[in-house]
Write a protein that binds this ligand. Structure first.
Ligand code: ISL
Length: 564
C-alpha cells in the first residue's frame, strides 16, 4: 500500500511572520489558530511549523535553549495543545521543526559544557585546542567557515579551547558521536510525539556526523574560511545515526508519521539511501541543487541569473534518481529562499499571476510530496529592499558587514541581498489590504510588502481565477487522481529554453504538463496522441482542448489528461 504522505501536500508556517494575535508585531500560536480556516480551505494535509521552542532568537528560533517549552513570544504549551487539537479536528497533521545539529549557546547543555573541561557535558559539543600558540592571531583548528560568515570556530577564553559552530557562534554543534547526545535527541522526539505531533522536519540533519579528524576543506582562492561540505555533509555515521533514531523513536508506535530531512549538499546517490524504505531512515529529504543554480561560485549573493535548461535538467535528474527507490520532496520556497515568482517567474504586474500559477503547476505536477511556503499560495513576491538597515536576518547583516570590512563593493552587496536575502521570505503574510496587511495591530518586526494593497488572501479568496484558487485546484487534483503520486515521469522538450513539459503515466492514466516559461507565445508540436485530450487545469481564460499543435501564450500552463 502506498504511504499516506505520497498523495499529501504540506504547508510550512513561519510563525513569526504568519499572524500576530497579541499586537507585539511578532506572529504567534494564537494568530495561527485564528487563521486555520485559510489552510482548511486550501486543502493541505500537513502543517510544518518552523521552530517555536524557547530560544534567544539569534537565528529566529533555529537556536533552541529549551526543547520542551514554547517561547513566550509565540505562546504557551497550553496554546500548543489547543493548536494540535484544532489542526487534528480539521483533518490535518502537525509536524515540528527539529533543530538538533546544534543548540543555542544558552541551552543548559552548552552552559554546562563550556563551564569546565571536565564537565560531564563537555563532550556533548565539539571542542578543540588551538593548533598553535595562543595570541591574538591564534589559528582555528581547521579552515571551515560558518554559513553565516567568518570561521566556524569560536574561542572560549574560560576553558581555552575552540568550539565548532557551522552556523552562528550562538549555535554550537552537538557531538552526535556521543551516545548520550543521541539518547537526548530521541527523548525529545518521543516527548513531542506523546504530546500529539505527527512528525518532524529535521534541520540540516545530514550534517550531524563530521568527518573523522575534522580535516581542512579544499582551499578556495581568496577565501580563508571554506564552507566544507565534504567535512560534514553525509558524514561517516549519518546513516547509522538516522536509522537508530527512527527505529528507537518510531519503532512500535502506531500512527501516520512524516519525517523529512533538510539536507544542504545532498546528492541523488545519498538521497536514495536516506529515503529507501528498506533502510528505515527518513521518508523524504529536501535537496538543494535546484536552489543553487542561480548562485555564483563566489556565493549566493553573487547572482548569475537563471538558465531554465539547467533548472529543468536538475529537477528531472532528481525525478529520475528517486523513481524506483526513495521519494522526492518538491519545493520552490521556504523561509530561507527568496520568493519564487520573483526568482524563477516574472513579478512584473502583467505576468505575475500567470507565472506564479505556472511555477505551481510545474512543481505540483511532479512525482513527490509538494511543500507550500506561507504566502506562496498567493504568489507573494520579494520585498523592495534598498538599505543595509532594511535587513534583519543575521546571514544578511553579517554578509553586508563583512563586505564593508573588507572594502568590497557595498552597492553590489545590496543588490545581491535584495534578490537573495532570506528576509524576502519572512515579510509578514498578506491577509488583506488593510493596515499591516491584517498581520498585526502593532508594528510588524519586518515591514509588510507595499503590494499587499492588491496582493492579499482576502482578495484572492473572493476571486475564482486567483493564484490561491489555482493552488487549491492543484491540491484537489493530487488528492483525486492517483497518477500524481504513482505515475512515471518522462521529460519532453528537455533542451528547450522556454517550454517546460513532461508526462506522468500509470497503467490507467497519462497526463501532460506543459508550460511556457516566458512572455512570448510559442507553438509546439506535441504529437497526434494528444489530440482531443481533456484539459484538467489551465491558468489562462479559455484554454482549448489539446490538438497535435499547441499555441501557448506567455506563461501559459496546462495539464491535460489523455483520452483512453
Ligand atoms: O539559507 C542558507 C544560508 O545561505 C542555507 O544555507 C541554510 O542555512 C541552510 O539551508 C540550513 O538551513 C537551516 O538551518 C539553519 C537555519 O538558519 C535555517 O533557517 C534552516 O532552514 C541553521 O539552523
Amino acid at each position: 500500500m502506498r504511504p499516506w504522505w505520497k498523495s499529501a501536500v504540506v504547508y510550512q508556517i513561519y510563525p513569526r511572520s504568519f499572524a500576530d494575535s497579541d499586537g507585539d508585531g511578532i506572529g504567534d500560536l494564537g494568530g495561527i489558530l485564528q487563521r486555520l480556516d485559510h489552510l482548511g480551505a486550501l486543502g493541505v494535509d500537513v502543517i510544518w511549523l518552523s521552530p517555536i521552542y524557547r530560544s534567544p532568537q539569534a537565528d529566529n528560533g533555529y537556536d533552541i535553549s529549551d526543547y520542551r517549552d514554547i517561547d513566550p513570544l509565540f505562546g504557551t504549551l497550553a496554546d500548543f495543545d489547543t493548536l494540535v487539537a484544532k489542526v487534528h479536528a480539521l483533518g490535518m497533521k502537525l509536524v515540528m521543526d527539529l533543530v538538533v545539529n546544534h543548540t543555542s549557546d544558552e541551552h543548559p547543555w552548552f552552559t554546562e559544557s563550556r563551564s569546565s573541561r571536565d564537565n560531564s557535558k563537555r563532550d556533548w559539543y565539539i571542542w578543540r585546542d588551538a593548533p598553535d600558540d595562543a595570541g591574538p592571531s591564534r589559528r582555528e583548528p581547521n579552515n571551515w567557515g560558518s554559513f553565516f560568515s567568518g570561521p566556524a570556530w569560536t574561542w572560549d577564553p574560560g576553558t581555552e579551547q575552540f568550539y565548532l559552530h557551522l552556523f552562528d557562534r550562538k549555535q554550537p554543534d552537538l557531538n552526535w558521536d556521543n551516545p548520550e547526545v543521541r539518547k537526548a535527541v530521541r527523548d525529545i522526539m518521543v516527548w513531542w510525539l506523546d504530546r500529539g505531533v505527527d512528525g518532524f522536519r529535521m534541520d540540516v540533519i545530514n550534517f550531524i556526523s563530521k568527518a573523522e579528524g575534522l580535516p581542512d576543506a579544499r582551499p578556495v582562492p581568496l577565501q580563508r574560511h571554506v564552507i566544507a561540505f565534504d567535512g560534514f555533509a553525509d558524514g561517516p555515521h549519518v546513516h547509522e545515526y538516522l536509522a537508530e533514531l527512527t527505529r528507537t523513536v518510531f519503532g512500535g508506535r502506531d500512527g501516520e508519521y512524516l519525517t523529512v530531512g533538510e539536507m544542504p549538499g545532498v546528492t541523488t546517490v545519498e538521497a536514495r539511501l536516506y529515503t529507501d524504505p528498506a533502510r528505515g531512515e527518513l521518508d523524504m529529504v529536501f535537496q538543494f541543487e535546484h536552489m543553487g543554480i542561480d548562485h555564483s561560485p563566489t556565493g549566493k549573493f553573487d547572482h548569475r541569473g537563471l538558465d531554465l535548461v539547467v533548472l529543468k535538467d536538475t529537477m528531472h535528474r532528481w525525478q529520475a534518481a528517486l523513481a524506483d527507490v526513495g521519494w522526492n520532496s518538491l519545493y520552490w520556497n521556504n523561509h530561507d529562499q527568496p520568493r519564487v515568482v520573483s526568482r524563477f517567474g516574472d513579478d512584473d504586474p502583467v505576468h505575475w499571476a500567470a507565472s506564479a500559477k505556472a511555477l505551481a503547476t510545474i512543481l505540483h505536477g511532479m512525482r513527490g510530496t509538494p511543500f507550500i511556503y506561507q504566502g506562496e499560495e498567493l504568489g507573494m513576491t520579494n520585498y523592495p529592499f534598498r538599505f543595509p538597515q532594511d535587513h534583519r536576518d543575521l546571514e544578511a547583516v553579517n554578509y553586508y558587514n563583512e563586505v564593508l570590512a573588507l572594502g568590497g563593493d557595498t552597492a553590489a552587496a545590496l543588490t545581491g541581498l535584495a534578490r537573495m536575502s532570506r528576509d524576502n521570505a519572512r515579510t509578514p503574510m498578506q491577509w488583506d489590504a488593510g493596515r499591516n496587511a491584517g498581520f498585526s495591530t502593532g508594528q510588524p518586526w519586518l515591514p509588510v510588502n507595499p503590494n499587499h494593497s492588491w496582493l492579499n488572501a482576502e482578495a484572492q479568496t473572493a476571486a475564482t481565477d486567483s493564484v490561491l484558487a489555482h493552488y487549491r485546484a492543484l491540491i484537489r487534483l493530487r488528492h483525486e487522481l492517483p497518477v500524481f503520486a504513482d505515475g512515471d515521469f518522462t521529460p519532453l522538450f528537455a533542451d528547450d529554453p522556454q517550454i517546460w513539459a513532461y508526462t506522468r503515466a500509470t497503467a490507467d492514466a497519462t497526463l501532460l504538463v506543459i508550460v511556457n516559461c516566458g512572455r512570448e507565445p510559442r507553438t509546439v508540436d506535441i504529437g497526434a496522441e494528444w489530440a482531443g485530450a481533456q484539459l484538467l487545469l489551465g491558468n489562462l481564460p479559455k484554454t482549448p482542448a489539446a490538438s497535435t499543435t499547441l499555441t501557448l501564450q506567455g506563461w501559459d500552463a496546462r495539464i491535460y489528461a489523455a483520452r483512453r
